[in-house]
Write a protein that binds this ligand. Structure first.
Ligand code: HEC
Length: 118
C-alpha cells in the first residue's frame, strides 16, 4: 500500500520534473547568435533596471532618451563614455560604473535586438 502510494506520487511528480528539465535544456539551446557577442539573456535580465527610466517602446520620456534599436558598438561606446566620465551625466555614470564590460555588451545585444515602436 505504501509502496503503491509512493509510486503514484513519483508518477505524479515526474511530468513536472520532465518539463523543468526540458525548459532548462531549451534555455541552453536558445543561446543567441546576435549581432554582437553579448549574451542576450543576460542583457534581458539586466534590462529591468534600465526600463525603470528608459521606455522599452523606444519613446522619449522627459529627458530620458530611447535606447532600443542601437547598433551594439554605439551602445557600448555610450556606456563606456558614462563609465569613464567622458559623458558627464551623473545618473548614467552611477548606472554604468557598476556594470562589467560583459554586462554592457549583453545590454547592448538585448536593447539592440528590440525594435523601436513606430
Ligand atoms: C534613473 C534613470 C535611468 C536609469 C535607471 C538608466 N538610465 Fe540610461 N539614461 C538616463 C538619462 C537621463 C539619460 C540621458 C543622459 C545624458 O543626457 O547624457 C540616459 C542615457 C542613456 C544612454 C545614452 C543614450 C543616447 O542616445 O545617448 C544609454 C545607452 C543608456 N542611458 C543606457 C542605460 C542602460 C543600459 C541602463 C540600465 C543598465 C540605464 N541606461 C539606466 C536615465 C537612466
Amino acid at each position: 500500500m505504501i509502496r503503491a502510494l509512493a509510486f503514484a506520487l513519483l508518477v505524479a511528480a515526474s511530468p513536472a520534473r520532465a518539463e523543468e528539465a526540458t525548459g532548462h535544456a531549451q534555455q541552453q539551446h536558445a543561446e543567441p547568435v546576435g549581432p554582437s557577442e553579448g549574451d542576450l539573456e543576460l542583457g534581458r535580465h539586466l534590462s529591468s533596471e534600465c526600463v525603470a527610466c528608459h521606455q522599452i517602446s523606444g519613446k522619449w520620456l522627459g529627458a530620458v532618451p530611447p535606447i532600443v534599436g542601437y547598433a551594439p558598438p554605439a551602445f557600448v561606446e555610450a556606456m563606456l563614455q558614462y563609465k569613464t566620465k567622458l559623458r558627464t551625466n551623473e545618473t548614467m555614470r552611477t548606472v554604468a560604473e557598476v556594470l562589467s564590460d560583459e554586462e554592457i555588451k549583453a545590454l547592448a545585444a538585448y536593447f539592440g535586438s528590440v525594435k523601436p515602436q513606430p
